[in-house]
Design a protein around this ligand. Structure first.
Ligand code: NAG
Ligand code: NAG
Length: 313
């Protein structure tokens, strides 16, 4: 919340400054015709230059670097290595799974556009059954949790047999196939044994629009560390189902490093994955317009936290 408040504050300030600049210009133009005092022009020039460089510096500090743009297509994973945090020391180590090297990667080569479209339709159908009163809704096919108003319901209990009219066996097959491929690419990138990493919860579809938050469940934009939030996480992945700039604005994924912010622009079918510790502190920008769909798929090294693939009851 404090981060976002500061951003809002800045944009309000900027609007205010822009208005002042405009008002100042209009005022000066009016008086200019009466008596053109040279020193005023010089002062104005300095003032405008100052304001412009201030705005430039302010904005420049917010986002340092874009790791992958929406329009770029990365067939082979683009990898960014970072030093592992000590978070993993607080947990039992599992050979062949616990992160030895840490980092982040982005690939458009794991899930096809057609698959992303099919998964998005699945998400749309599921989430159309209910949804949060605020801007962020989730659907967890494993637990059945679906946002409804200010809370959650269990779709399998709430809708009973009718859920089979909403989701088909093919939907679940597609989900499983995509999950397995994501697991494969994570194992390959981090040099793991894929049979020693397990799907864990929460694993969910998300739908975010610009509506104001009604409860803390809607506040997706806070900086966080997955391993701190959910102790079982070792690798987090995100599969985007819609396009930044085309389907929605804002909503970029931001890795918040000590030396700068690094963003990933969502693209339908894009998979972004990373080790879940403090080395990957992150947040999602507030969505400004449109609707952003994604799936979070999380993995653990601890068999005690393993969950089965979701299946129709
Ligand atoms: C966001 O989605 C909800 C449906 O969950 C809808 O009621 C609301 O009007 C949407 N907000 C915007 C700004 O489109
Ligand atoms: C990263 O962005 C946040 C705002 O989202 C800002 O407060 C912080 O200073 C930025 N970090 C760096 C190192 O520029």
């Amino acid at each position: 919340m404090p981060v976002q408040r500061r951003v809002n504050q800045k944009s309000t300030d900027n609007n205010g400054i822009e208005k002042k600049i405009k008002r100042g210009n209009a005022h000066r133009q009016a008086s200019f015709w009466k008596r053109p005092p040279g020193y005023l022009l010089v002062l104005t020039a300095f003032g405008v230059c100052g304001a412009v460089s201030w705005l430039y510096l302010t904005f420049d500090n917010e986002i340092t670097e874009t790791l992958v743009r929406q329009g770029e297509v990365v067939q082979q994973p683009k990898i960014f290595q970072v030093q592992c945090s000590e978070d993993y020391d607080n947990y039992k180590r599992y050979p062949g799974c616990t992160p030895q090297t840490c980092g982040r990667a982005v690939t458009d080569g794991v899930v096809t556009h057609e698959e992303a479209r099919a998964l998005r339709r699945l998400a749309e159908r599921g989430l159309s059954l209910a949804g949060s009163d605020g801007g962020a809704s989730i659907l967890d096919l494993h637990s059945g949790a679906l946002s409804m108003g200010k809370q959650f319901v269990n779709i399998y209990r709430y809708f009973g047999e009718r859920i089979k009219d909403v989701f088909s066996e093919e939907d679940f097959q597609l989900y499983r196939a995509v999950r397995a491929r994501i697991q494969g690419v994570i194992a390959e990138m981090f040099g793991l044994d894929p049979s020693r990493m397990y799907l864990t919860k929460p694993t969910f579809f998300s739908r975010i629009n610009s509506s104001a938050a009604k409860t803390t469940h809607d506040e997706y934009w806070h900086p966080h560390i997955d391993k701190v939030t959910y102790g079982s996480f070792d690798y987090t992945s995100l599969l985007y189902l819609s396009d930044y700039g085309g389907d929605f604005g804002g909503g970029r994924f931001v890795f918040m490093d000590a030396d700068g912010n690094r963003t990933v622009e969502p693209r339908a079918g894009r998979v972004s994955f990373f080790s879940s510790g403090s080395e990957n502190l992150h947040r999602v920008e507030k969505v400004g317009w449109g609707t952003r769909f994604a799936i979070t798929v999380s993995f653990t090294c601890d068999p005690a936290h393993a969950i089965a693939d979701p299946a129709l009851p």
